[in-house]
Design a protein around this ligand. Structure first.
Ligand code: SF4
Length: 362
């Protein structure tokens, strides 16, 4: 039983024989992709407050030190992103600031918001106003929280990371795989195109990696909402000394992801963290969001490669590099998946609409 699954009434039962089958997959069993995709995004670290204290994480700040971007700061960042030709505003969070973050709650209150999700809605609107499509990663979400912001997001996401109980999720409050799966299920129920992924090297076993991928696949088979699965390796940083997984490990995990997931679900690796070139023949077909204007605030020690470097990566695999939107095309052509608001933005007869059409090659 996946830890926390019962508490969140998540009925994902991964068959042991399917885990064994997946563990037998090697890079020789999968085909390389015939193109690589990426999105141009602007990174908006809305708040660094987080109720959790994962040991591999440099993103969160303690109560009293955590930041919360003001509407003016958000407006400035998204404006710069739009001016630089981005299509995506990537809103990153810690996970639900808890009661210890009184300063954050007081600040939100003074801006007229009773919760971080209420504020997220406002800043998503700011992004839409300048012609960017919001993609928010606010950690675990209840149905009520997700409903509050679903119609102003083109897509959303949360990393499953792992179905295992690992020591890296340390502290008094710890991430719960059942809760993460519940968030992924809620997105499916609400028809939200979704990004998730696994984190490799935080103390999980090989069987856990296979189980995590199979759990994601099961969620996608139920709802059809998973657009991409990130296979991310942990990296050493100033808070932790996790060993970076070997290239061989990452090659095998990426191949397992490709073999496990349906063809329409992309397998993504982050080019600033992973040995990307050595993974390209293992089924990677997406390089995620790349920002021409902001740092990767989750992993600030690891600078984003320039777009030229992405071209070089694709060139080394002998495949074209194609820009995409933060919501995959199949969701835009099916009324069930994006709100009227997002559809209107994507098809608008204005400068931003023209930019979206250019990316969609219309
Ligand atoms: S990894 Fe995410 S949930 Fe964990 S401490 Fe960092 S921001 Fe919070």
């Amino acid at each position: 039983m996946i830890p926390g699954a019962e508490a969140y009434d998540v009925d994902v039962a991964v068959d042991e024989s399917r885990i064994d089958e997946l563990l037998a997959v090697t890079p020789d069993d999968v085909a390389p992709a015939d193109e690589l995709t990426f999105a141009k995004n602007v990174f908006v670290p809305l708040t660094t407050a987080c109720r959790y204290t994962c040991t591999y994480c440099t993103y969160f700040d303690a109560p009293g030190e955590a930041s919360l971007l003001s509407p003016e700061e958000v407006r400035d960042i998204v404006r710069r992103g739009a001016d630089a030709g981005c299509t995506e505003a990537l809103f990153t969070f810690g996970d639900d600031p808890d009661d210890r973050y009184t300063r954050i709650h007081d600040q939100l209150d003074s801006w007229g918001h009773d919760s971080i999700h209420s504020y997220l809605r406002e800043v998503c609107e700011l992004a839409l106003d300048v012609g960017l499509l919001p993609h928010s990663n606010p950690g675990d979400q209840t149905r009520e929280q997700m409903e509050r912001v679903a119609d102003v997001n083109a897509s959303m996401g949360v990393m499953l990371e792992t179905t295992a109980d690992v020591d890296a999720h340390a502290g008094r409050r710890v991430k719960n795989p059942g809760q993460r799966l519940n968030t992924i299920r809620t997105a499916g129920e609400l028809g939200v195109p979704f990004t998730t992924g696994i984190l490799v090297g935080i103390g999980e076993e090989w069987r856990d990696r296979a189980e995590s991928l199979l759990a994601i696949r099961e969620m996608h088979e139920r709802y059809g909402h998973v657009q991409e699965v990130i296979v991310q390796n942990v990296v050493p940083n100033e808070r932790s000394s996790f060993e970076r997984p070997s290239v061989e490990t990452m090659r095998r995990v990426v191949a397992m992801a490709r073999a496990c997931l349906p063809e329409e679900v992309s397998v993504q690796v982050p080019p600033n963290l992973s040995p990307t070139r050595e993974l390209l023949d293992c089924g990677v077909d997406d390089l995620g969001g790349v920002s021409p204007v902001t740092d990767d605030h989750i992993n600030p020690d690891y600078a984003w490669p320039a777009l030229q470097q992405l071209e070089d990566i694709a060139g080394s695999a002998g495949v074209p590099l194609r820009e995409r939107l933060p919501v995959y095309e199949r969701f835009l052509t099916d009324d069930r998946w994006v709100s009227e608001r997002i559809r209107a933005a994507v098809t608008a007869d204005d400068e931003a609409g023209a930019r979206y059409r250019e990316v969609r090659r219309e």
